[in-house]
Design a protein around this ligand. Sequence first.
Ligand code: 3PY
Length: 251
Amino acid sequence: MTDFRSRCIAPEPLAGLFCAIPHPTAVEICAATAPDFLCLDGEHAPIGRERAEEMIRAAQLHGVPVIMRVPGHLPDSIAGVLDSGADGVLVPRVSTTDEARAAVAATRYPPVGVRGVGPGRAAGFGYRIPDYLATANSRILLAIQAETPGALENIEDIAAVEGVDVIFIGPGDLGVTLGALGPEGRPRLMAAIKRITKVSRAAGKAVGMFCASPDEVPGWRELGITFFLIGNDARHLADAAGAAVARAREG
Ligand code: 3PY
């Protein structure tokens, strides 16, 4: 069976969900819907290291690949999550080639990177270290977020960094950081998204997008975007609960 990273960089169209509810039960519920992957939101949700490992285990026991959006691009944000067995990381706010290269280094063992060797869950708690060392560099997915004016300006150089697999666009942050908000800002935001997508695809990178709704996916697919995160579990729960209560009140 083709591994998750290979499917991402192929690039195959993939639909995932953010997990923001910091509990393995919520991950199991999402995993039961058979998404292509899950992404724990360690940037915005209160998911500590121990809880992350339990959530990663819950996804993988259901056969669902799981990555984590980490707080930053340095090893102290990335190493533990990979030792816990995550299939990859999503690194926010990458605006320069130095930051992109640092993220690559943090996700790869030497000689490519600087990842430290540890007997964590990923390596069978030490029992499978040689196997894990032999395959991890080619199996771990590195997705970086393009969501700042710096990323937009430097996208040619960032997209050329070897070891970056997916350039993921955060339209919310990109709109805020560019000051391209609301209907008036939409043309500028769209131009930025198109530029990031075109340059990244030309450099051979897969491109990802956050979508609040699955209805957005066909339009982004037409641009060549393939890696999607569709909302998060907390929001899906709130939407479904809100709709149920509203329907009940209608009588
Ligand atoms: C954004 O839209 O900026 C995101 O980062 C989605 O989580």
